[in-house]
Design a protein around this ligand. Structure first.
Ligand SMILES: [Zn+2]
Length: 150
């Protein structure tokens, strides 16, 4: 059956079915990036990264890099307030010092015990981004930056 329309939940079900069937293949696929040009890089909905993050030798006319999840996210649009799409990769979180990481922590948060930045560990599949929570965290981060600058 061909679906005439899909929801974020539909997409997550398919992505996570692929992950459950072959985590190794999906781990390799999520890491696969292709250099792309400015026109694609400036698409209002498709998510890309900077090529410098992924490639040592860059083509000057291809300053961005695109992966499959960036295209999938382009299908669902972007949250204007955060600039993020609908779907994120899910990781086991780890502290570089080996401390226990609470469930509510996020990549980049300071570890509550040692202060090191929480890192992404093992790839666990795909999840919906909670944009309300993300907005709150971005505002809290902005407030902290504001305090540091005063
Ligand atoms: Zn720690």
């Amino acid at each position: 059956m061909i679906r005439k329309s899909i929801t974020v939940e539909d997409a997550l079900a398919v992505l996570n079915r692929a992950f459950e069937a072959d985590p190794e293949a999906m781990d390799a696929l999520r890491l696969a990036k292709v250099p792309c040009n400015k026109k694609l890089g400036n698409d209002p909905e498709i998510q890309v990264g900077l090529a410098s993050r992924y490639f040592k030798n860059r083509e000057p006319d291809r300053p961005y890099a695109i992966g499959f999840l960036g295209v999938v996210n382009g299908l669902f649009g972007i949250d204007e307030a955060t600039g993020y799409g609908a779907i994120a990769m899910s990781y086991q979180l780890r502290c570089p010092s080996g401390c226990d990481v609470p469930d509510e922590a996020n990549v980049g948060d300071p570890c509550g015990e040692c202060g090191h930045r929480i890192e992404a560990g093992k790839f666990l599949g795909f999840k919906a981004i909670d944009h309300e929570d993300l907005r709150k965290r971005m505002e809290a981060e902005d407030a902290l930056v504001g305090q540091r600058e005063e």
